[in-house]
Design a protein around this ligand. Structure first.
Ligand SMILES: Cc1cc2nc3c(=O)[nH]c(=O)nc-3n(C[C@H](O)[C@H](O)[C@H](O)COP(=O)(O)O)c2cc1C
Length: 196
């Protein structure tokens, strides 16, 4: 059991090339359940997920495209071009799961905003690890797009309260033709200080 978790952690890679084939809903439910087992201070469970799949991706694509056009300073045709490019990005995988933190929602006690955001990042890592364990390809993507008001509105964020989109996780069956992404093993001592 112990060996399995290390194998899962080290073998997970960000997968960009996935097939344009649906992913079983049961697998999506399992990886989302794994995400929800993340720790959170005061048990606020701040993570929120929105799953865009199949035709549902058009709603996200629309919001991303409008956001890109609004943000762009160029001519109307340049804005249109930027919007079209952004629209396509929502179709890079059959399933896109947006991840956001809903902060300050507890009726009892709330931690500082950053802690709800940190807990949601922990949930995102659970999601990636579970997807990898399922044999699915997944990648956490961010960029300007996570701050577009059009996307925040679509996901019904309470921005005033501090709700924050942490990223879009693209999920699909890995393309068997694609190169396996490699990553050198970390030199752990570069990152650690022991004080004995
Ligand atoms: C907060 C966060 C944001 C990321 N945003 C992007 C992104 O916008 N585009 C991208 O290609 N990869 C993104 N990644 C994935 C990293 O590129 C990837 O984790 C890194 O290259 C290490 O590769 P590995 O995940 O396979 O170990 C992001 C990862 C994290 C944790």
């Amino acid at each position: 059991m112990t060996a399995e978790i290390y194998k899962n952690i080290t073998e997970r890679r960000s997968i960009t090339k996935v097939l344009d084939e649906p992913v079983e809903r049961t697998a999506i439910e399992r990886i989302l359940t794994a995400a929800c087992w993340a720790p959170s201070h005061y048990r606020t469970y701040p993570w929120r997920f929105t799953v865009f799949e199949g035709e549902g991706r058009h709603a996200l694509a629309e919001a991303m495209a409008m956001g890109a056009a609004d943000r762009h300073d160029g001519s109307p045709s340049e804005k249109e071009e930027k919007a079209a490019m952004m629209y396509q990005k929502a179709f890079r995988a059959p399933v896109i799961i947006t991840v956001h933190a809903a902060v300050g929602r507890s009726k009892f006690k709330n931690p500082p905003t950053w802690e709800d955001i940190a807990a949601t990042c922990a949930a995102s890592q659970n999601l990636l690890l579970a997807a990898s364990a399922e044999g699915l390809g997944a990648i956490w993507r961010t960029g300007d797009v996570v701050n577009y008001p059009t996307v925040q509105e679509l996901l019904k964020l309470d921005v005033q309260a501090g709700d924050t989109i942490l990223g879009y996780v693209y999920v699909g069956h890995p393309d068997p033709e694609a190169d396996q992404p490699l990553r050198p093993a970390p030199k752990v001592n570069d990152f650690v200080t022991y004080i004995s």
